[in-house]
Ligand binder design. Structure first.
Ligand code: FES
Length: 162
């Protein structure tokens, strides 16, 4: 396999606790071919290692919406599709590409309403004071956050937070 690029990410989206964390072996590079992704777990932290069209990255294996495992979704080029609620994210900058169907708040606080995918039957709307409707409206969909990684001697190493 040719040596892959490491995907650069916005510095402000680096995961907390990783600034001075040491790199530790995570996975042989040969086990993460282009277009693939996998979950790594340590304690209660689940990371997603992905080999996107623009390079390798490590992020939380939790959707920034409602924590679904992104490793059960799809990676297409540089787009990461969550297995729930149709949310999708650009792995190059962590931004939401498709807002989840349940609606909620963008990272900057902008409200997005619920929506129904084309071809699907729409559900009756919830009353605004329904706790479920209120929870949806207050759920913020933040951007992806990233864990530093590198490749040494054919092994992907990740900076796990301290
Ligand atoms: S949990 Fe991922 S879009 Fe809702």
């Amino acid at each position: 396999m040719p040596f892959p690029d490491l995907l650069p990410f916005p510095p402000e989206l680096q995961a907390p606790g990783t600034a001075d964390a040491p790199f530790e072996p995570a996975l042989p590079l040969s086990e993460l071919p282009p277009g693939s992704m996998t979950r790594l777990s340590r304690g209660d932290l689940d990371l997603l290692l992905a080999h996107s069209a623009d390079g390798l990255l490590a992020t939380d294996d939790r959707c920034p919406h409602m924590s679904a495992p992104l490793s059960e979704g799809r990676l297409e080029g540089c787009t990461l599709h969550c297995p729930l609620h149709r949310g999708s994210f650009d792995v190059r900058d962590g931004e939401v590409l498709t807002f989840p169907t349940t609606g909620g708040l963008e990272a900057d606080g902008t409200y997005r309403p619920t929506w129904t995918p084309a071809g699907s039957a729409s559900k009756p709307p919830l009353k605004p004071d329904d706790p479920k409707a209120r929870a949806r409206a207050m759920t913020r969909v933040r951007r992806l956050r990233y864990y530093p990684l590198r490749v040494r001697d054919g092994v992907i190493e990740v900076a796990w937070p301290r």
